[in-house]
Ligand binder design. Structure first.
Ligand SMILES: [Zn+2]
Ligand SMILES: [Zn+2]
Length: 484
């Protein structure tokens, strides 16, 4: 294995077996108190080793040291710290625990797999070896995930060589919740660059795809790297043979000079690891988005929206206009039959007439309620004010109307993000951008869209791809409202 000076900073690999160096590195990262703890723990380890008649077994020394290092980073001593690979194939002690072989009920275990190792260097350029970069990044991800409170297991923690079967087994046998493989890319084209995530069509396709999309999004965001297309594949062994949601991340191109330089730097590796760990966390703790469509139904556009939602098994909310329900009652019924929530918008979308007085509003609302009931048999309890609860047309009457509607047992929903698609000649690109920028990473988003707008229905697929970290839910009268 060639080693260049570039790796001298290496947090783990190059401190193999050297206690004092290891302490030195730890001192840098955890300070003097940490150093003292480490010295104490290492002393304990050495004592145990010297008095324990079983100490000749190298694996126990490694186990004890693994516990020591894990304790030093505040995780506490793990119940079982064992190595995956057979003892005779392990490199000298690297100082990091491979992690847990088991998880307690309710815990989340993530298996991280640094690609290649041992004789298999992966792709290498200018003395930069893929196997080493992979391990450095994985160690950083491990650190981030441990700090977030997850259980983590590595398939290798040094320069061991593993078969693909052993890698998949490491995840399957431990009942891991996620499997993440880290690799570096190579290309004939010298300027090929960016992050590329692979998932298997053969293993939990939808979940693996969602995991990949989120990780890609977060890693790109934290590094500023180029975002490459997701790759669906049916052959790659490790992501296919794992039984839990899995992906393989090519974090960059060693064949691209500028990107290779970045990939070598600890700062960039940390950025990558942060993004990937945040992506994993976002996958495991999805935020909620309520997609809401106003002003329908219409024939073609509503049908297109419903087709897309059906294909993705997404339930949304439709605030209907009574006049349009009378024109397309079958579409209103289809909305309900396909499991979406129906809310009331108005009967006639005429701001002036609607908001002329409290009575005019109530009369229109009742008419809308009747039209929807006649078409679908449902009596909606939730509604949305045309233009929102406070708008330029209803300032004088909005409070009174809202009070009266609340007294009658209805709940109204405004929104906190929008495509801003109710404009003349909307452009798909702008609508998507509006939606993305207006969510502001909120944990709970009510997104306003209009299923009657052609561009909205046409860009819906691309739009949904922008929000992999959100679980899409329909509103119900139990959903806490968002009101202006
Ligand atoms: Zn590779
Ligand atoms: Zn409207």
């Amino acid at each position: 294995m060639q080693k260049s000076g570039l790796y001298l900073w290496g947090p783990y690999g190059d401190y193999a077996g050297k206690s004092s160096d290891y302490v030195k590195w730890r001192e840098k990262s955890i300070g003097r108190t940490g150093k003292n703890i480490m010295i104490f723990l290492l002393a304990v380890v050495m004592t145990v080793v010297s008095v324990n008649p079983m100490a000749k077994y190298r694996s126990q020394i490694k186990t004890a040291s693994g516990q020591a290092s894990q304790a030093a980073i505040g995780e506490g001593v793990a119940k079982e710290q064992l190595f995956l690979v057979p003892d005779n194939r392990q490199e000298p002690l690297s100082g990091i625990p491979v992690g847990d072989l088991k998880k307690e009920p309710g815990e989340t275990l993530i298996v991280l797999d640094p690609g290649h190792g041992g004789e298999d260097e992966g792709c290498s350029r200018n003395g930069v070896q893929e196997k080493e970069i992979n391990l450095h990044i994985v160690c950083q991800i491990q650190k981030e995930l441990l700090e977030m409170g997850y259980r983590v297991r590595l398939t290798r923690n040094g320069d061991q060589e593993l078969t693909l079967e052993e890698r998949a087994k490491a995840a399957n046998e431990t009942g891991a919740d996620l499997y993440i493989s880290i690799h570096q890319n190579a290309s004939e084209e010298a300027d090929a660059e960016g992050i590329e995530v692979w998932y298997s069509s053969q293993n939990q396709r939808e979940e693996s795809q969602r995991l990949s999309r989120i990780i890609q999004k977060y890693a790109v965001r934290s590094t500023g790297a180029v975002s490459r297309e997701l790759v669906e594949n049916e052959e790659l062994y490790v992501i296919r043979e794992c039984t839990m949601p899995s992906c393989l991340i090519e974090t960059g191109f060693l064949t691209n000079k500028a990107e290779r330089k970045k990939l070598e730097s600890p700062e960039y590796q940390e950025q990558l690891a942060k993004g990937i760990a945040e992506g994993i966390d976002a996958y495991l703790h999805p935020k909620t988005m309520y997609l809401t469509f106003d002003d329908g139904p219409s024939e073609e556009n509503t049908a297109r929206v419903l087709d897309i939602l059906k294909a993705r098994n997404i339930k949304a909310t439709f605030f209907l206009v009574g006049e349009n329900v009378e024109k397309h009652p079958e579409m209103a019924r289809r909305i309900l039959q396909e499991g979406h929530t129906i809310g009331i918008h108005c009967y006639s979308h005429d701001y002036k007439a609607l908001y002329a007085s409290v009575d005019s509003y109530l009369a229109d609302f009742e008419k809308a309620q009747e039209a929807i009931k006649a078409a679908t048999g449902t009596e909606a309890k939730i509604f949305r004010f045309p233009g929102g609860s406070i708008n330029a047309h209803n300032k004088k009457v909005c409070q009174q109307i809202a009070q009266e509607m609340t007294d009658r047992g209805y709940i109204y929903y405004d929104w906190n993000a929008s495509l801003e698609d109710a404009v003349s000649s909307p452009k798909a690109e702008t609508l998507i951008q509006n939606a993305v920028t207006s969510t502001l990473d909120r944990k709970k988003v009510i997104m306003l869209a209009h299923d009657v707008i052609t561009e909205t229905s046409q860009c819906l697929e691309t739009l949904l791809d922008q929000f992999p970290e959100y679980q899409m839910e329909p509103l119900s009268d139990q959903t806490p409202p968002i009101q202006f």
